[in-house]
Design a protein around this ligand. Structure first.
Ligand code: ARG
Length: 574
């Protein structure tokens, strides 16, 4: 595509003798197109050229070589406003989209580089509750976005499949196994295990003698020591939980390249402990082995607890070192909630002290806010009110089905369409605002077909498809389409947005912020809606119609690809 910033900066460079690369960074896009398509702020050059900005602007304007790309230049104060040639622009962008097809918007800035993205990572043997929605959805979107910018991406589910929660479940089973139906053919087996976990945790909290806690610890110590019975139970619980989790992953279309969770690092932690000792970083504190981080204003990082077991942090240190060797990553991204900020700060600091600052500098904790209800209360926080993610997704699908039953009861593939809309609505809502903010979970907003929502965007996509179907005009050869006829202001707005697609994806990747893409898709859908409200696409003049149809098709294609990168499918009908 023609890079207009490049064209403009090249010309200004010739006039001013200032480096083009510097100039290009100054070029702005005015807030509305009445002020031009691009603007150059001349005050940036005032110091170097030792002249007042308006004077510089006038001089550049006078000397600017006429070329086909720019229709008009205006001086406003210290600004130079450039009006580009719309015909060239439209033709250029639409031809590029036409030729690149599925690849439009992709780039190669990650070519030859590896990004490791860790996300979802639920604690199995505990419910997969709504608290893990955000990491799963944000991480899933980043996974696809990084791939589209050319990275070799490894998606890791760092399962919480080791740790004291297993001690609790095992202790609970040892106490109460006769009270529950734990036979392998019980379809609700996972729920029985969860009930035991919840019962044990509750009693443990209430138990002032500390005996319940001791019992859980004992089982975990057994597990770490490789006790046969404990290991067998652990395997059994892990398998059942994972099978259950897969149902949720299937609904969300989540994919991982590796399920190496905490247990995977069991035989890799000893080496880390040895290395810490060798580097004189470990010290004893109240019976535990810790890395003192006082100097850095942080509590100590516990590596071995006073009962001699390893801990969450130990496994994270081992995981980091493994990933360093195994993947030699250029980027490592942890998509984990804000509550764990201190944990990651500690881990990164310890790794720096160990001498791995180069890799630590390529690492980022991508944090996010809570899921809250309309009143700002954390969902699932009230006791006994744990909300399973699978239930929420199913609820959403059912709500959509109800709406469909009242509006379009005879539609084919109802189940499949309801799944795409219901699940898409939840994902879109999650990715709507900047990730660091709390996500407001409110059904009325999530499923509002007229709001800035997933269903709204899907509806716009379906509209583009139904227009094309209805017109039934051949637009498969761009050479037969007169793109000069596309000149309405609203249409140019759409083309401008579409021209930005690649850059938007790159920004979302660099900031690890899928909401940048979500916002963009909303803007594009709304721009199309305004255009559609004002102009009839299927019209008398068949030459005009062809251009409008191609524009319609391309809007649909870009929306669909953008949604796909967020992890959302668009139905063809709804
Ligand atoms: N399993 C943890 C939890 O649910 C999240 C794991 C985050 N990743 C990590 N490498 N520590 O809280």
């Amino acid at each position: 595509m023609i890079n207009f910033k490049e064209v403009i900066s090249k010309n200004i460079a010739e006039i001013t003798n200032i480096d083009k690369k510097e100039l290009i960074t100054y070029i702005e896009i005015p807030p509305n197109s009445e002020m031009g398509d691009y603007a150059f702020p001349c005050f940036k050059l005032a110091k170097t050229l030792k002249k007042a900005p308006p004077m510089i602007a006038n001089e550049i304007k006078e000397q600017y070589k006429e070329n086909e790309y720019i229709d008009k230049i205006e001086v406003v104060g210290g600004y130079l406003n450039f009006y580009i040639n719309k015909n060239i622009f439209v033709k250029d962008v639409m031809t590029e989209i036409f030729n690149k097809k599925e690849e439009y918007g992709s780039s190669e800035i990650g070519k030859g580089k590896t990004a490791v993205i860790e996300y979802s990572s639920p604690n199995i043997a505990k419910p997969f509750h709504i608290g893990h929605l955000r990491t799963t959805v944000i991480g899933g979107a980043l996974y696809k976005i990084y791939k589209f910018t050319g990275y070799n991406v490894i998606g890791i589910n760092h399962l919480g499949d080791w740790g004291i929660q297993f001690g609790k479940v095992m202790a609970g089973i040892s106490l109460w196994k006769d009270e529950y139906n734990l036979s392998d053919d019980n379809e609700e087996l996972i729920n029985e295990i969860l009930k035991i976990y919840v019962r044990f945790s509750k009693q443990e909290k209430e138990d002032e003698t500390g005996e319940m806690n001791n019992l859980a610890r004992k089982w975990f110590i057994k597990l770490e020591a490789g006790d046969e019975e404990a290991v067998k139970l652990w395997k059994w619980i892990s398998e059942i939980s994972l099978k259950e989790y897969e149902k949720t992953y299937n609904l969300l279309n989540s994919k991982f390249d590796s399920y190496n969770g905490e247990a995977f690092y069991n035989d890799k932690m000893q080496a880390v402990v040895e290395e810490l000792k060798e580097k004189a970083l470990l010290e004893e504190s109240q019976g535990a082995q810790v890395v003192n981080l006082e100097k850095y204003d942080m509590p100590p990082c516990i590596v071995i607890t006073s009962t001699g077991t390893t801990i969450y942090a130990t496994r994270d240190l081992a995981a980091f070192m493994y990933r360093m060797k195994e993947y030699d990553f250029d980027k490592l991204v942890y998509v984990v909630g804000g509550e764990q900020q201190l944990h990651f700060k500690q881990i990164f600091k310890v790794l720096e002290l160990m001498g791995y600052e180069e890799y630590v500098s390529k690492t980022q904790h991508v944090s996010f806010g809570l899921v809250v209800d309309k009143d700002g209360e954390k969902i699932g926080s009230r006791k006994g009110n744990s909300v399973s993610l699978e239930d929420i997704l199913k609820q959403s699908i059912n709500k959509v089905k109800d709406i469909m039953n009242s509006k379009n009861p005879d539609i084919e593939n109802k189940e499949e369409i309801a799944r795409k809309i219901g699940v898409g609505a939840i994902i879109f809502n999650d990715l709507s605002a900047s990730r660091i903010k709390d996500e407001i979970f409110d059904w009325d907003t999530i499923l509002n077909f007229n709001g800035e929502t997933g269903p709204y965007v899907q509806f716009m996509y379906v509209r583009t498809r139904s227009i094309l179907e209805k017109a039934n005009t051949d637009i498969s050869n761009i050479d037969n389409i007169n793109l000069d006829l596309i000149k309405e202001e609203e249409a140019i707005e759409i083309v401008k947005l579409m021209a930005n697609f690649e850059q938007v994806i790159i920004n979302a990747m660099e900031k690890n912020e899928p909401s940048i893409l979500t916002r963009y898709i909303i803007n594009l859908a709304q721009a199309f809606s305004s255009y559609y409200a004002k102009y009839t696409i299927i019209c008398e003049d068949k030459e005009v119609e062809k251009g409008r149809l191609l524009l319609t098709k391309q809007v649909g294609d870009v929306i669909k690809k953008g949604m796909e990168l967020l992890g959302i499918d668009c139905p063809e009908k709804m």
